[in-house]
Design a protein around this ligand. Structure first.
Ligand SMILES: O=P(O)(O)OC[C@H]1O[C@](O)(COP(=O)(O)O)[C@@H](O)[C@@H]1O
Length: 402
């Protein structure tokens, strides 16, 4: 096994904070449980994982059941044991996402992102001009994947074609490095999305470009793992290895992702729809009828629905996963390979459904890396009800300025 080359994180990235939640709670605890847990807060625990030393200030469960503090511990031999190679890869993904989290929270990110408005123009084209945040995030992820030694190819929203990294890498990574970055100047939440496949060894004999593309176009049904990182008031890494969906919150005092949401179950029915409904007059009749119906509380669930739309996919998805309902973009806008597939994997593992309005996302065979499609993610009963309206995919896509 190749040894890891992750550098030590500068401590200044993670200023000391008092940790107020337990690694074993699914939601934030009551005052009394906080008191009970406080005896664990200052009992440092060291664990050695795949050559990494992690320090956690949280205690393990007092209920006697087996507990895991960090994502690396959860994945490792004492946890669900996903295998050393995937543990190493995740350590590098965590490191990359911590760097991106620091970047999006930095006072300097605004000047970086502004350069994207001038892409190709004079202001942004100088050799030393700052790069847009999504490009910087892409470079951060690529460098971490290279350092891991575990990745054959990375396919990213930011690159026209997949990047071949390492002939022996066991994994293929698809990613949208920083989704929602158009809102970054307003400090709106953003996110990284990723999916992980096994390298198709039967394609090893093909020319590099060809095998890079074919490895990246695997169907979502073959995902080994997927996840997203939400950069918001908390930095949350939510992931699945095919046995449930779990979320880990960045503890700024230690730099560890601590288990905070175990085995998330999306409610079978929610009361929230999430869509850019300024597009109402471009929608097909079926979608208008569906939204009109649930707004009035006249659907299969006789409650009036509420609307929530951040316009940042990871944030809208994260809320939907926790509260239920449906998050959608009915036009051909979001991407199958590195957005729809990983998020559908996560929502299915939580008991929900990912659909293009007609078919299950994970059953589709991608034909192009940047293939776009209508996307509906959410509670099982809500998505089924929406699909029953038949005509929910927006065909007109005139292009919108904001
Ligand atoms: O403009 P719409 O149709 O509301 O789309 C918004 C969606 O587009 C995204 O901004 C992604 O689009 P980009 O990749 O072009 O930035 C998502 O974060 C968001 O959910």
């Amino acid at each position: 096994m190749q040894s890891s080359t992750i550098p030590t994180l500068p401590t200044s990235l993670f200023p000391q904070k008092i940790l107020l939640f337990s690694s074993k709670t699914q939601s934030f605890p009551s005052k009394s449980s906080l008191l009970a847990q406080s005896c664990h807060l200052f009992r440092p625990k060291m664990a050695s994982l795949s050559g990494f030393i992690v320090r956690s200030q949280t205690g393990t469960s007092s209920s006697g059941e087996k507990g895991f503090s960090t994502l690396s511990e959860y994945m490792g031999k004492g946890g669900i044991d996903v295998g050393d190679e995937l543990v190493v890869l995740y350590d590098h993904i965590q490191y990359a996402c911590k760097r991106i989290a620091a970047l999006v929270a930095s006072p300097f990110n605004s000047s970086l992102s502004k350069q994207s408005n001038f892409a190709g123009g004079d202001s942004g084209s100088g050799r030393d001009a700052p790069k847009p945040l999504d490009i910087v995030s892409n470079e951060i992820i690529l460098s971490s994947l290279k350092n891991s030694g575990k990745v054959a190819v990375m396919a990213s929203e930011e690159d026209d074609a997949p990047v071949w990294i390492n002939d022996d890498g066991p994994f293929v990574v698809v990613t949208d490095p920083l989704d929602g970055s158009r809102n970054i100047d307003a400090s709106i939440p953003t996110g990284t999305i990723f999916g992980i496949y096994r390298r198709l060894v039967e394609l090893d004999h093909l020319p590099q470009e060809e095998k890079a593309t074919l490895n990246s176009l695997q169907s979502g049904a073959k995902l080994v793992a997927a996840g997203y990182v939400l950069y918001s008031s908390a930095t949350i890494l939510c992931t699945s290895f095919g046995s449930g969906t779990h979320a880990f919150t960045l503890d700024h005092s230690t730099g560890d992702f601590i288990q905070t949401h175990i085995d998330i179950k999306i409610p079978p029915r929610g009361q929230i729809y999430s869509v850019n409904d300024a597009r109402y007059f471009d929608w097909p009749e079926g979608l208008r009828q569906y939204i009109d119906t649930v707004r009035q509380g006249k659907g299969r669930y006789p409650k009036k629905y509420s609307a929530r739309y951040i316009c940042s996919l990871v944030a809208d998805f994260h809320r939907t996963l926790l509260y239920g309902g449906v998050a959608m973009n009915p036009r051909d806008h979001l991407r199958l390979v590195y957005e729809a597939n990983p998020l559908s994997f996560l929502v299915e593992q939580a008991g929900g459904r990912g659909s293009d309005g007609k078919s299950r996302i994970l059953s589709m065979q991608p034909v192009k890396l940047h293939q776009r499609l209508p996307l509906f993610l959410g509670s099982l009963e809500d998505i089924k009800e929406l699909e029953s309206y038949g005509d929910v995919q927006q065909k007109v896509n005139p292009g919108y300025e904001v």
